[in-house]
Design a protein around this ligand. Structure first.
Ligand SMILES: NC(=O)c1ccc[n+]([C@@H]2O[C@H](COP(=O)([O-])OP(=O)(O)OC[C@H]3O[C@@H](n4cnc5c(N)ncnc54)[C@H](OP(=O)(O)O)[C@@H]3O)[C@@H](O)[C@H]2O)c1
Length: 233
């Protein structure tokens, strides 16, 4: 049991974030989650904030709570994200702004605020969720892939800026996971994506916690600035 360790996960109302919040609460972490809608996770060591990750004032309130209640933050997982598939010629500017603001700016805000606490305690683990769309250059996902490329690039630079404080920063390139995010994607599109992988299958939720467990371990202090793709990509 990981008693007295604190983990902050964004986008916890459903999907991967919902899974990770329950998983780490089950391991004894103090878990703080957030999303625009409620979470149905009701265990005592889980605290949910109704927060849009792009709202700087609200994001700062989460960190004030963490400082007051726990005095430390061990792990941050930037999971909140949105996707939209469209040909570039048909993509409205509003869609571009929204995807970048959630996938990149939201992640930036959480990294910045977490760095302030983690640097003082000289320990921290930051994981940002990206996608194999970055490496596979998937047609129809230009804006989404660009936003997740920004996540990978930011992760690498931040890992250098935070290295002197005992903080590691890594990202994970996910292959398709069966969540609401990809519910609207036509089956033939998903199958053609799976076909591009070395291991042609969906990422299971357990695959994700297996990797996050590894990256957040104290013994993983020598692994930073990496983007780890699933599926052999
Ligand atoms: N599923 C896949 O195949 C796949 C593949 C590659 C990468 N990923 C990445 O994995 C992460 C999680 O995806 P998922 O599949 O679990 O998606 P999901 O089932 O759609 O869940 C997304 C979560 O993010 C939250 N969220 C979205 N916009 C938000 C905002 N502005 N502020 C706060 N929370 C917000 C949602 O809650 P609210 O709507 O309540 O705010 C929800 O809890 C994303 O970063 C995604 O890009 C997923």
């Amino acid at each position: 049991m990981e008693l007295n360790k604190t983990i902050l996960i964004t986008g916890t109302s459903k999907g991967i974030g919902r899974y990770l919040s329950e998983y780490y609460a089950g391991k004894g972490f103090n878990v703080i989650g957030c999303s625009r809608s409620k979470s149905d996770l009701t265990v005592e060591n889980y605290h949910h904030f109704l927060t849009d990750v792009t709202d700087e004032t609200k994001v700062k309130e989460i960190f004030t709570f963490i400082r007051k209640k726990f005095s430390r933050l061990d792990v941050l997982i930037n999971n909140a994200g949105i996707a939209s598939m469209n040909h570039v010629m048909l993509t409205p500017i509003k869609s571009v702004e929204k995807i970048f603001s959630v996938n990149f700016t939201g992640m930036f805000l959480f990294c910045r605020e977490a760095s302030k606490i983690m640097s003082k305690q000289k320990f921290g683990r930051i994981i940002n969720l990206s996608s194999v769309a970055v490496k596979l250059d998937l047609e129809g996902e230009a804006v989404y892939a660009a936003s997740k490329s920004a996540v990978v690039s930011f992760t690498k630079v931040l890992s250098k800026e935070l290295s002197e404080f005992g903080i590691t920063v890594n990202s994970i390139g996910l292959t398709p996971v069966k969540t609401d995010l990809i519910k609207g994607v036509p089956e033939e599109k998903i199958n053609s994506l799976l076909d591009k992988l070395t291991l042609k299958k969906f990422t299971e939720l357990r695959d994700i916690s297996n990797l996050t467990d590894f990256l957040i371990g104290e013994e993983s202090s020598f692994i930073t600035g990496q983007n780890i793709n699933f599926g052999g990509v």
